[in-house]
Design a protein around this ligand. Structure first.
Ligand SMILES: Cc1cc2nc3c(=O)[nH]c(=O)nc-3n(C[C@H](O)[C@H](O)[C@H](O)COP(=O)(O)OP(=O)(O)OC[C@H]3O[C@@H](n4cnc5c(N)ncnc54)[C@H](O)[C@@H]3O)c2cc1C
Length: 360
């Protein structure tokens, strides 16, 4: 009998499942992709878009086109709850989708509960990115909260855009730890000096405790003025998992086993930033890792539907990152090694374009 497989969210791992379906169909299953947007936006291209190098079209993958090619149904809806025992998915508009097998790749959220009603803005879910950045980069004193790879890269890209467009003012960045913590000090210091040279104002080791319409207050008593706040202070889980009663970790990420199955449900799979591995709780929430999970998720969904034994995912311990620092320069980081060169940017640009070519 045909089984129904629901793919919820078009994150990196699900894109790989879709790509694989374009090559090899799964006759035993009726498959649907559920996503609130017709496009999946690729974060590797966000710095280039922000700075004005890439167009909106460059940053996104057309999901209607890809699902058609994969021979599956596309449903433009936002999932809002799972009824795990009844094998049903509920969407924001109240519609209910029964399933035999379901898989989540819906990414993470960023604004903590206490700031949800404040002026803080987020680029997550990722289809919000273009509108949020279009607004923020035109303002005189955009403030980024968060000094990780994502926050620092965006601060640098907005600053580069402002310079090119001759928009007055400067980008501000507040981080509760050192920049890029927990990277080695040498990496953090080097990035700090790049940001300062570009004219970005930095407050390190200060936590934002209050967000007002045009200022934030920190735990050191500083009041920092802003013309818009983007909250990039670390990933948190989508509330859908907590409200549905599935097992989550302390940040709200669904707990999965090494087979990418949820802790207590064999028929619920998950990959990407929305999950945490029981055996690897500290695995970074980063696209690099999600991309590696894609082929395993694809294989395990096929094996599960065929009643075969699943494979285990064993994450690699290290990954290299390249941050775009503006004006075609890149900052490559691999453990304690870091290099700030044009070649690093070229490598990143090549990798990002070849990633997009796979799914376009
Ligand atoms: C500005 C920026 C730059 C970054 N640069 C890099 C980088 O250079 N390298 C790197 O490794 N990482 C980078 N990251 C991190 C990277 O974006 C994430 O780790 C990665 O996108 C996570 O992939 P994912 O598949 O888990 O989710 P996502 O890519 O976030 O995809 C989630 C999908 O689920 C959909 N969705 C969301 N909610 C629902 C719902 N309720 N129902 C149905 N669908 C839903 C969304 O529309 C989206 O299609 C960056 C992040 C940002 C914000």
């Amino acid at each position: 009998m045909t089984k129904r497989l629901l793919l919820v969210g078009a994150g990196h791992a699900h894109l790989e499942v879709l790509r694989s379906l374009t090559e090899e169909t799964l006759n035993a299953a009726d498959i649907c992709l559920i996503s609130p947007s017709e496009f999946q936006y690729y974060s590797g291209m966000f710095s280039g878009y922000t700075e004005g190098i890439n167009s909106e079209e460059d940053t996104r993958i057309d999901l209607r086109k890809l699902t058609k090619k994969a021979g599956i149904q596309f449903i433009k809806k936002e999932a809002s709850a799972i009824r795990p025992h009844h094998k049903k998915l509920v969407c924001q508009d109240g519609s209910v989708y029964p399933f035999d097998v379901i898989s989540f790749d819906i990414g993470s959220r960023s604004i903590p509960y206490e700031f949800e009603e404040s002026a803080a803005r987020s680029v997550k879910p990722n289809y919000q990115f273009i509108d949020e950045i279009n607004l923020l980069r035109e303002t005189p004193q955009p403030l980024i909260v968060g000094g990780g790879a994502v926050g620092t890269e965006l601060a640098l890209s907005i600053q580069a855009y402002k310079e090119k467009q001759q928009i007055q003012g400067q980008v501000r960045l507040i981080t509760s730890e050192a920049l890029l913590a927990p990277s080695p000090r040498i990496v953090s210091d080097k990035l700090h000096s790049i940001l300062r040279k570009k004219g970005i104002r930095i407050w390190e080791n200060e936590r934002v405790v209050e967000v007002g319409e045009n200022y934030v207050r920190t735990d050191r008593g500083n009041k920092v003025r802003h013309s818009g706040v983007l909250w990039m202070g670390g990933a948190i889980g989508d509330p859908i998992f907590q409200s549905s009663g599935v097992d989550i970790d302390e940040k709200g990420f669904a707990l999965v086993r090494s087979t990418l199955q949820f802790k207590n449900y064999d028929y619920i799979f998950g990959a990407g930033d929305c999950v945490s591995f029981i055996d690897h709780p500290d695995l970074p929430k980063s696209g690099v890792y999600v991309v590696r999970e894609g082929p395993i998720l694809d294989r395990n969904l096929r094996l599960y539907l065929g009643n075969e034994k699943l494979e285990d995912y064993e994450p690699k311990k290290n990954a290299s990152y390249i941050l775009s620092t503006g004006n075609y320069m890149g900052f490559l980081i691999y453990g304690p090694i870091c290099l700030h060169t044009h070649r690093a940017w070229k490598t990143k640009n090549k990798l990002d374009h070849s990633y997009m070519d796979k799914y376009k």
